[in-house]
Design a binder for this molecule. Structure first.
Ligand code: OGA
Ligand code: MN
Length: 236
């Protein structure tokens, strides 16, 4: 077997193709049991390497200050987050392979958990020394009676993939997730190369602690389909 579980919470695979089903199964069972999943050596190493290369060669022209909110209503709020992002559209082979991988995970989770994931969007994020992302949710639980609000909250699953070889405790920039029944238990995740985190978007408040070093990652979100006759959502 090409993967082994080192402790109850974290899967280490060898990143090869045989490891993929194990990884997907580990994510699925973690999501069922606790709503989040942390995996080291997650992607095939070749894919992780070319994503790292692309992240490291993003030019200032490709990066834009990150905003908060949905695509149509994004607002710039550097008090909340100060990183720069670059949306992934599949233009390079690294991006195209990443999107294929993300779709394979989508298909797996839909079969295994009946999540009904319908679309995926993702971006590179680059945090420079001093950058952070304050405590937030990626999606909001809507009042079941408020049809309109419900239709705006279709991010279901968040994933974050880290691209930082040799990250040290003194580099900061950890992802802090608030877990447990009352969301008081802190889980701190080092943004190390080829670590993948997945979590239910509405369930877990989380933040990115101030980084001391340039910090590269990819953040992605799976949505369910909230289209109505008069509006396509997510937008095509
Ligand atoms: C986000 C986010 C976490 C991270 O982009 O919404 O929470 O560790 N990112 O980069
Ligand atoms: Mn987030």
């Amino acid at each position: 077997m090409s993967a082994h579980v080192l402790d109850q919470n974290v899967l280490f695979t060898d990143g090869n193709h045989g490891g993929q089903d194990l990884l997907f199964e580990s994510i699925a069972s973690d999501l069922l049991q606790k709503g989040f999943s942390i995996n080291h050596n997650a992607l095939p190493i070749d894919l992780a390497e070319i994503l790292l290369q692309q992240a490291q060669s993003l030019s200032p022209q490709q990066l834009t200050p990150a905003s908060t909110g949905r695509k149509q209503q994004r607002t710039l709020n550097t008090f909340v987050r100060s990183d720069n992002i670059c949306w992934i559209e599949g233009e390079s082979s690294a991006e195209a392979e990443w999107l294929v991988w993300a779709e394979q995970l989508q298909v797996f989770l839909n079969r295994r958990l009946f999540l009904g994931l319908f679309s995926f969007e993702s971006h590179f994020a680059q945090y420079e020394p001093g950058d952070f992302y304050k405590k937030h949710f990626d999606a909001f639980k809507a009042d079941p009676l408020d049809k309109q609000a419900q239709q705006l909250t279709n991010r279901v699953l968040s994933i974050v993939f880290y691209l930082n070889p040799g990250w040290l405790p003194t580099d900061g920039g950890e992802l802090l997730m608030y877990t447990g029944d009352d969301k008081q238990e802190e889980v701190k995740i080092t943004p190390s190369f080829n670590t993948l985190v997945a979590f239910l978007s509405e369930e877990f408040p989380h933040e990115v602690l101030k980084t001391q070093r340039t910090r590269n990652s990819i953040a992605g979100w799976y949505r369910v389909n909230c289209s109505r006759l008069d509006r396509v959502d997510p937008p095509l």
